[in-house]
Design a protein around this ligand. Structure first.
Ligand code: ADP
Ligand code: MG
Length: 453
């Protein structure tokens, strides 16, 4: 059969003959007759499929039959590849466009949209400025900006899911006729797998391709799922080409994601990627104040500062701490005081970070390192090296224990809170500008950490 390999049409003719023997007539008529063999090389037959749907259908239902038949005709030397007819692709896109034009009436909000995740409940700070602004811009004019796809990336608990839902909520509110589809990549995968099982891949594809706005959360879970990525790639292309808005979230910068096909990643790079960073101290305080207020919890500012100092990783944990504090105080019928808060924070960060460290421990270490006696440190002398050792101790009590200004003041010779503020400021300054002080503080911290084990 060597000659067949030079002529795609002849080769395809023989393949079809074989398929007719194994498949029912309607399958041949519906799916195989419309195929056009366009090229053949030493090892590959290129077959044009009229549109995306046929491609998916044949691929999921008949790929085995097709592979076998081609194997027989070519003595297993030739494989095949599908390309989707450009015309078919265009028609598909036009259909979608005209469909969405007709769809101008009210569309139900997607049930999966979390109503509480809005822009107004999202606290903006330097860590998430850019992401929030991009998200709002996209919501103003979905699809009509150069931010498609928009990818929001960052670590866990930093507000990615919150933002992507805020986009969905805002778009639905401004323009209820737009169809917003929001899913996690896991749900997308599950839907796809189920559709394969039930022979409903076409419905699956249509459901997603009807979206005006497709929001996909946590695309890193597509990792290693080749067939799902394939599906997603086509959905992505169809939506992209018909000017629809796509927004995704990911745990990493797309360029650094492993396990995703390069062609997907390169598509992603045509849009805009924005990051969310962990909140710094000031933003953590702002978030805690806001969440406390939302939960009807009124606590001292110093307690808020203490939590912000110790819970650093992400917003979810900050929120969790507030909720735990509330729960604990109401379950145990206890006032919300420093002890209760400390208990909760300790549960959260583990006792290695927040030990039973006492002021005495700090003073003792500072004394060892500075050669100023403990008594002098807590005393009244204004001699320079003594005053400095005292200021370092005060600073550490605030920094490591989150003690209140007035408590620190009282311990160190009955001084008032302004003295403590001054001490903390002075030491912060010295840490920046004076190697010697910085080293002293580092080594006290190290030793205390070690002691905390
Ligand atoms: P991610 O998806 O990045 O893991 P989430 O969006 O699920 O994080 O955020 C975790 C929790 O923290 C949610 O309850 C969310 O509302 C809250 N949150 C995160 N960032 C902010 C923020 N900037 N302002 C208000 N709440 C936030
Ligand atoms: Mg999330």
């Amino acid at each position: 059969m060597e000659n067949n390999k030079n002529n795609p049409v002849e080769f395809w003719g023989l393949t079809l003959e074989l398929l007719r023997n194994t498949l029912p007539g309607h399958a041949i008529n519906t799916w195989f007759e419309p195929l056009v063999p366009v090229a053949i090389s030493n090892n590959e037959l290129v077959i044009e499929v009229p549109n995306q749907f046929s491609y998916e259908w044949i691929d999921s239902h008949y790929s085995k039959n097709l592979k076998n038949a081609i194997g027989v005709v070519s003595n297993n030397t030739i494989d095949y590849k599908f390309i989707v007819s450009a015309k078919g692709q265009k028609r598909e896109i036009e259909e979608i466009q005209s469909f969405s034009k007709k769809q101008k009436e009210y569309v139900q909000p997607p049930v999966d949209l979390n109503k509480t995740y809005t822009f107004s409940s999202f606290i903006q700070g330097s860590n998430n400025d850019f992401a929030k602004t991009a998200a709002e811009t996209v919501s103003e004019d979905p699809g009509k900006n150069s931010f498609s796809p928009l990818i929001i990336y960052g670590g866990v608990g930093l507000g990615k899911t919150h933002l992507i839902h805020a986009i969905g909520n805002r778009i639905h509110e401004k323009n209820p006729s737009l169809k917003v589809v929001i899913v996690t990549s896991e749900k997308f995968t599950l839907d796809f797998v189920n559709s394969l099982r039930k022979n409903r891949t076409i419905e699956f594809a249509q459901q997603y391709r009807k979206a005006d706005v497709l929001l996909i959360d946590d695309i890193q879970f597509f990792r290693g799922k080749e067939q799902t990525q394939e599906q997603f790639f086509h959905t992505f292309n169809v939506l992209q080409q018909s000017g629809k808005q796509i927004v995704m979230t990911a745990d990493k910068y797309p360029g650094e994601m492993k396990g995703l096909q390069d062609r997907l990643l390169s598509r992603f790079q045509s849009g805009l990627s924005v990051d969310i960073q962990p909140p710094n101290y000031e933003i953590r305080v702002a978030i805690l104040l806001e969440k406390a207020e939302q939960n009807g919890l009124s606590v001292d500012y110093e307690i808020i500062e203490f939590i912000a100092k110790h819970i650093k990783n992400n917003v979810r944990e900050l929120e969790g701490a507030i909720i735990r504090i509330l729960a604990k105080s109401s379950l145990m019928n206890k006032e919300i005081d420093f002890d209760l808060v400390k208990e909760v924070v300790k549960e959260r960060v583990g006792s290695s970070l927040l030990s039973e460290l006492s002021i005495e421990d700090i003073v003792k270490k500072v004394s060892e390192i500075s050669n100023v006696s403990e008594l002098e440190i807590v005393g009244k002398s204004r001699k320079m090296e003594i005053a400095e050792a005292r200021q370092i101790s005060m600073f550490l009590c605030r920094d490591l224990m989150g003690l209140s200004l007035s408590n620190v003041g009282v311990y160190f010779g009955g001084r008032d809170h302004t003295t403590v503020i001054h001490a903390v400021k002075t030491i912060k300054n010295k840490i920046q500008n004076d190697e010697r002080v910085k080293d002293q503080i580092d080594s006290v911290k190290n030793e205390l950490d070690f002691a905390m084990g």
